[in-house]
Design a protein around this ligand. Structure first.
Ligand code: NAD
Ligand code: K
Ligand code: MN
Length: 361
């Protein structure tokens, strides 16, 4: 029997609601497995920790996570602390500290969920967005001079390195190659951003030569938002910079029905460090603490984690359980137009998994 050591970092807001729900679902899954189990360790870092210690996580916090098989994350963001402090002090510290340079965001329309694209069926929208997760617009390079004065100047430099772009491009081509359609769209803005984005385009051409069986095209980021709505079936795997993919993936989530169902994997493809799995949404200040959050994004993220751990069968089983609840409008949370609570959805998924166990027995 294999035991996976999982760190949970619920963080702030509804992260504190959906991560324990995901843990519950994983425990239900493990209960029906004779081959693997989990050992969870919870790290209560985030806004409350900041109020007490002046930092979002301990200085040596990464060391506590280093030996884990994976990290299940919630959200960083507190109504009373500036967002750049919460984000850089926790989520980005882990992503960058463990060089999780590939951020993978699958989107598809789950059964029973009606996205805003009414004419679009499950086969028409099935994307994976690959987000460069270590540099670009979120490099943290820049500064402010003459702060508060009329002559103030400020920069956020979008720094891209050849090595950084090559590795994410290669990751995206490889992922596209592994999917049935072998189709990749490289998002760019090299008409306006004439240095780093031009290098990005050149590297796409160069890396594409290693993947002759992948069909690929290039699209400007602004035009790609229209394409996502007008011809979603023309897209499959998508690769974009840190900022572009951040924006496109929230649009993708909304087109698939809700931000509350969308998952993310922050991956270190070389497996030097633990990878981190989280719903794409944030702390959701408007609904936090009320038990109203949709936990599906966290469950799907847990399924991505199982995939990463090599437990594909368990991942598929979890997604089946998730689809059984999305198919039932009585189990839709407020973001999907329903009245179900986090606990209802969680209990239904656990029940489905327990049912699958008794069928197998
Ligand atoms: P958000 O994702 O928290 O919320 C946007 C809207 O979507 C809100 O109306 C919210 O209620 C709704 N929503 C999101 N997830 C939901 C769910 N699971 N169920 C039901 N409804 C859901 O984005 P925001 O309002 O821009 O950000 C709030 C805070 O979260 C900020 O501090 C921001 O920096 C942080 N944030 C953190 C992360 C992260 O840690 N990865 C990601 C995004 C935002
Ligand atoms: K998140
Ligand atoms: Mn985002």
């Amino acid at each position: 029997m294999k035991t996976y050591n999982i760190a949970t970092v619920p963080g702030d807001g509804i992260g504190k609601e959906v991560v324990p729900a995901a843990q519950q679902v994983l425990e239900a899954l493990a209960a029906s497995s004779s081959t693997f189990g989990f050992e969870f360790e919870r790290f209560d870092w985030g806004g409350d920790y900041y109020r007490e210690h002046g930092v979002m996580m301990p200085e040596d916090g990464l060391n506590a996570l280093r030996g884990k098989d994976a990290i299940l994350f919630g959200s960083a963001g507190d109504p009373d602390i500036p967002d750049h402090i919460t984000l850089w002090g926790l989520r980005l510290k882990i992503c960058q500290g463990f060089d999780q340079y590939a951020n993978v965001r699958p989107t598809r329309i789950l059964p029973g969920i009606d996205g805003p694209l009414k004419r679009c069926g499950a086969d028409d929208l099935n994307w994976v967005i690959v987000r460069e997760n270590s540099e670009g617009e979120y490099s943290g390079v820049g500064g402010r001079v003459h702060q508060g004065h009329p002559i103030e100047a400020a920069t956020d430099l979008s720094m891209m390195t050849r090595a950084g772009v090559e590795r994410i491009m290669r990751f995206a081509f490889k992922l596209a190659q592994s999917r049935p359609r072998k189709l990749l769209t490289v998002i760019t803005k090299s008409n306006a951003q004439r240095h780093a984005m031009v290098m990005w385009d050149e590297i796409a051409v160069q890396v594409s030569r290693e993947f002759p069986d992948v069909t690929w095209d290039k699209e400007l980021v602004d035009a790609s938002t229209a394409r996502m709505i007008n011809s979603p079936a023309s897209l499959d795997t998508i690769v974009a910079t840190n900022l572009h993919a951040d924006i496109l993936s929230d649009l993708a989530a909304a087109l698939a029905g809700s931000l509350g169902i969308a998952p993310t994997a922050n991956i270190d493809p070389e497996r030097r460090y633990p990878s981190m799995f989280e719903p794409i949404h944030g702390s959701a200040f408007d609904i936090m603490g009320k038990g109203l959050a949709n936990p599906v994004g966290a469950f799907w993220s847990a399924a991505l984690m199982l995939e990463h751990l090599g437990e594909s069968e368990a991942a598929a089983q979890l997604m089946k359980a998730v689809e059984s609840v999305t198919a039932n409008p009585g189990l839709h949370t407020g973001d999907l137009g329903g009245t179900a609570k986090t606990a209802d959805v969680t209990a239904a998924v656990c029940q489905f998994l327990a049912g699958a166990k008794s069928l197998a027995a």
